[in-house]
Design a protein around this ligand. Structure first.
Ligand SMILES: [Zn+2]
Length: 418
């Protein structure tokens, strides 16, 4: 090897090691790392993950990129465990949010707006619970490739449902997640996993949008079949139930999380505590439907039904919290709700949680529900450098997390700056 070539290789090697060791340093006034508060911390980040957190105004290492958020309070990136990211409305006059027809690829492109608004709300990871044509899987992959800006997505493909179409005269509707027996349920779960799903979603009752009906759909045996296949294949499962009967069967069948349910009986709450089943009440999504009722042109009387559901949902969540059930924060964001992903936290504080307990539902608890506790939910060494800077003290006033986001970092890169 001649000397010139050797020198070139040496320089190249140094350039490579310099870029591999590129360090970013972030300063905050305070950092709540998911468990404790650190004063005047310096967070060092390398290769997208937190390398160290040092309190007491430590000096950044020479050559580090310094992000000065020293006027702000830092938190781990928030996690929303219930979204529908690919539900997109382009607001064209004469159209409603629901029912617009377009190619799947166009939906994926347009839904970037939902992803951006979610990041702007301080949410750096989401669990997406129901999509069609695997547009959710496409978005997840594009975001992971760096080709699209958005939160880390953990997706389910099609939510499983029974054949729908209850009104007389309508043709029954079936789709990629339709299943009407334990065998069909097993096949449908396997189809989602084969397509690339991270998690399974099952609609165990009716209910959604202005329909606050609580009728159970899947039987206990069908729920059990879904849970067994999902768990055998290493996946978790979320079961939607608006009513108490579906909730009881979902919990007994072994669901990892129960979505929405009202009027959950005491025996089921005790079972949730025993089994460590997460409750994702999504109280705020019906508040959103009330606010957006004219946008959706809901039928007369819909708002009254939604308000009654909110009241029961809130009371049920309060009972669940006092019974010791674990919570995870889910918005159930669809269409024009993106950007309001964390308003659920205010309901949690209202029902009796401290702001810190509420924040844990959107950090450590949510990460545990995703099975990603070593990557997400804490701002401690080894975790992804997903961080949020807020103006004010979130541990005394949860509202600052909802209204006063200053900046958001994902994987060591600033993705939102105000
Ligand atoms: Zn949902």
């Amino acid at each position: 090897m001649n000397n010139r070539l050797r020198l070139c290789l040496l320089l190249l090697g140094c350039a490579l090691c310099a870029s591999a060791q590129k360090v970013t340093a972030v300063r905050f006034a305070k950092l709540w790392d998911g468990q404790k508060v650190i004063d005047h911390p310096l967070v060092l980040i390398e290769a997208g993950r937190i390398r160290s957190v040092q309190g007491g105004n430590a000096a950044p290492p020479a050559g580090a990129d310094v992000i000065d958020w020293s006027r702000y309070y830092g938190l781990p990136g928030l996690i929303d465990v219930h979204t529908h990211m690919t539900y997109y409305w382009d607001r064209q006059s004469g159209t409603l949010p629901r029912g617009q027809q377009r190619m799947a690829a166009v939906t994926v492109f347009l839904a970037q707006e939902n992803a951006r608004k979610t990041l702007e709300s301080g949410v750096t990871a989401i669990r997406d619970l129901g999509s069609s044509e695997y547009t959710d899987i496409a978005m997840r992959d594009l975001i992971n490739m760096g080709a699209m800006l958005g939160p880390r997505m953990f997706v389910c493909g099609y939510g499983l449902s029974t054949t729908r179409g209850f009104r007389p005269g309508t043709t029954p509707v079936s789709g990629g997640g339709t299943a009407d027996s334990p065998d069909e349920v097993r096949q449908a779960v396997r189809r989602q996993i084969a397509a690339g799903a991270d998690v399974i979603k099952m609609y165990g009752s009716v209910g959604g949008f202005d329909n606050v009906g609580t009728q159970q759909t899947f039987t206990y045996d069908e729920m059990k079949a879904a849970v067994d296949v999902a768990h055998t294949m290493g996946k978790k499962i979320a079961i939607h139930s608006y009513g108490p009967e579906g909730a009881r069967d979902a919990v007994r069948a072994g669901a990892d999380s129960l979505e929405h349910a009202i009027d959950i009986d005491d025996g089921t709450l005790a079972e949730m505590v025993r089994r460590k089943t997460y409750y994702v009440p999504t109280i705020d999504h019906n508040r959103y439907y009330v606010d957006a009722a004219s946008e959706y042109q809901f039928r007369p009387g819909a708002v009254e039904g939604l308000n009654q559901y909110i009241e029961k949902n809130f009371e049920t969540a309060k009972r669940a919290f006092h019974a010791g059930v674990r919570f995870a924060m889910g918005s159930d964001a669809v269409y024009t709700m993106f950007g309001q992903n964390t308003r659920e936290l205010a309901w949690f504080v209202k029902l009796g949680m401290t702001p810190e307990q509420a924040l844990q539902t959107a950090t450590v608890n949510a990460a545990d529900l995703l099975g990603k506790s070593s990557d997400l939910g804490l701002a401690t060494p080894g975790h992804y450098a997903d961080l949020v800077a807020v103006e004010g003290d979130p541990l005394t006033n949860i509202q600052v997390v909802i209204d006063s986001i200053h900046g958001v970092m994902k994987g060591g890169v600033v993705v939102v700056k105000r």
